[in-house]
Design a protein around this ligand. Sequence first.
Ligand code: SAH
Ligand code: SF4
Ligand code: F3S
Length: 470
Amino acid sequence: MTTQTETARQFFFIEKAKEHVDELAKKLGRRPVCNVTTFGCQMNARDSEKLAGILEQVGYELIESEDADLVIYNTCTVRDNANQRVYGRLGFLNSMKQKKPHMKIALCGCMMQEDTVIEKIKKSYRFVDLIFGTHNIFKFAELLCTMFESEDMVIDIWKDTDQIVEDLPVERKYSFKSGINIMFGCNNFCSYCIVPYVRGRERSRSPRDIIKEIESLAADGVVEIMLLGQNVNSYGKTLEEPMSFADLLREVEKIEGIERIRFMTSHPKDLSEDLIQVMKESKKICRHLHLPLQSGSTRILDAMNRHYTKEQYLAIAERIRKEIPDMSITTDIIVGFPGETLEDVEETIDVVKRVQYDNAFTFIYSKRTGTPAASMDNQVSQEVVKEGFDKLLKVVQDTAKERTRLLEGQIQTALVEEVNEQNDAFVTGRLSNNTIVHFPGDASLIGKIVKVELKECHGFYYAGEMLQEA
Ligand code: SAH
Ligand code: SF4
Ligand code: F3S
């Protein structure tokens, strides 16, 4: 089936779902409300916007509270604590549903691609109404209809897909910025990681579809975009007419109205010299590169199946620092991978000190069923993990603070994102290099790019003052 006919099919189900929601509205005497809660990464958040787009079209009002007529949890399974959060909150949803029997509960996202999870929900969470996975999210309207027409739990999980269904409705969380999927899935199989198993094989969207989507976002007032993929540096390799990520960026740069371009995530093994040159020459690509290290020990990197050594990583980081000195570099690090010793953690700390990360997300290794690392017999004890983790975290935080402080006194442009949560006389903006700055202002500035003076460094963020609209 072509993706156009699939899109048309889904629009048919949107009309049908509307009738179900209308009927519910009559019964309730008000417009039904729904909630979509995201547990995962930016790609997961983008999927939630697709769900929200359909929910809005079929007649629901989207609300922040989970005290709703329909609640959807878009789950993540990258680490076990993400799973535990979902189970915990399901208990709370159940107590709500007992008071409101018409309430519907749906689960989707990465966790649902795991057989063990489905078994557990079937057994212990019978009150869930609809379960679907990552590969068939495009048929959400159809699944909603099935849910309304069925008494039992509806489960529809696909093992994999090669389809990319375009042009379905999307409801963005922010009016001025948006994520855009440029590729789906992952082929890297890092030995600790479950993503390739729950997101399927890597497939790139056509440059034409990507550009068209960004053009329509720009026409709709979006000024900042983030190109999303598990490994954007391998974008386009499997297209009929292959195209590199660097060349895609050159095309995106030309789109009028887009002022800022971000992307996530870059795998160090595929970062090309051409990409460094595009970033260097670009007026729009933000001065921020997220370059996950995972470990600074070549031995551990090898066991992780990362395909680079400590020295190779350092060489890339050095190239970037030399070519684009104002580029901030951030990273992800895992502590406690099977077989990791405190000496290995020292290697990681050494990389942190040398690269001088502007920020780093540090994670404790979480054993994911079905991954190669889960069956390695040299799992690390909790005490050793904790010792290494605490030591690393301290260095990461000190380095990040030092880097942030370097901007003190500078004048930079910031995109205003929101009114400050603690004090509504202030707004919060983001610099090109991803640093946050708070300064006096009001809601009328949201979505605008303004010039700010970075007056006072408060650890990881700044207090500033607006000079003018840029
Ligand atoms: N595709 C991205 C990362 C996606 S997952 C990349 O390759 O960089 C985001 C982060 O979660 C990873 O960078 C890694 O640091 C962390 N992570 C993934 N699996 C993990 C696991 N089993 N335990 C702990 N952290 C993990
Ligand atoms: Fe996971 Fe590695 Fe793929 Fe990133 S590149 S999603 S860490 S397997
Ligand atoms: Fe989590 Fe899936 Fe993203 S496992 S990190 S939501 S791709």
